[in-house]
Ligand binder design. Structure first.
Ligand code: AP5
Length: 215
């Protein structure tokens, strides 16, 4: 499947993407994970992105488009891909449309995961993430804790709170989402690609996607 996953920070895009990969081998492409990996590795990209991310601001469109143009042409994308956290602005969506046309790729849907704000705030304060850039498994101290506290079930690395998970950065990320990313819902509706799913449970989101795509 070839999907865009839309939704506010904490809506569950990463969690749903990881579950969807098991259905047909489509790959999860998370720009957030790619950027956090680059920050941790101290690459040029990471150095450029770090300050924006800490504040909860978006990194410049030009940086993201460069990453995605390369990533979408890697062979593992042939089976399908789940875009998690991209596009994030109208210019990114417009550039993506041109890029996909150039590459001859047709999207199945842009899925908007619509979760109430109270649920989102609660989830972001209780989320924990594996610090291994190759893994970045997602946990939640309330709904999905690792078996051994602070240790990733999958790779054994430390499970930590993300740097952009301070109260200040979270509220800034939510405001940035409302201003810059929420308009993408209307963009994809006009394109005839929008699937809006109002659901708090990830299983319900997966079910709605399966039904829509006949999987
Ligand atoms: P990014 O990593 O994309 O962060 P985000 O969009 O803010 O999304 P999150 O990862 O916070 O949330 P999610 O929806 O994936 O939720 P999750 O599944 O983890 O981006 C980080 C930063 O990178 C940005 O601020 C920006 O600076 C930069 N960036 C990235 N992409 C960019 C772009 N394209 N352009 C410019 N800048 C970009 O779930 C959250 C929690 O809830 C977890 O604890 C999870 O266990 C729990 N949970 C999830 N679903 C459920 C459920 N159904 N029931 C109970 N708990 C649940």
């Amino acid at each position: 499947m070839k999907l865009i996953l839309l939704g506010a920070p904490g809506a569950g895009k990463g969690t749903v993407a990881k579950l969807l990969t098991a259905i047909d081998g489509s790959v999860q492409i998370s720009t957030g994970d790619i950027l956090r990996g680059a920050v941790q590795a101290g690459t040029e990209l990471g150095k450029e992105a770090e300050e924006y991310m800490k504040r909860g601001d978006l990194v410049p469109d030009s940086l993201i488009m460069g990453i995605m143009e390369k990533r979408l042409q890697e062979p593992d994308c042939e089976k399908g891909f789940l875009l998690d956290g991209f596009p994030r602005t109208i210019p990114q969506a417009e550039e993506l449309k041109k890029l996909l046309e150039r590459l001859g790729i047709t999207l199945d849907k842009a899925v908007n995961i619509d979760v109430p704000r109270e649920v989102i705030l609660d989830r972001l304060c209780t989320r924990r993430t594996c610090e291994n850039p190759e893994c970045q498994a997602i946990y939640n101290v309330k709904s999905n804790p690792p078996k051994q506290e602070g240790i990733c079930d999958k790779c054994g690395a430390r499970v930590v709170q993300r740097e952009d998970e301070t109260e200040e950065a979270i509220s800034h990320r939510l405001a940035t989402y409302n201003e810059k990313t929420a308009p993408l819902i209307g963009f994809y509706e006009k394109e005839g690609l929008l699937l809006n799913v109002e659901a708090v449970s990830s299983d319900a989101v997966i079910e709605a996607i399966r039904k829509e795509l006949g999987l």
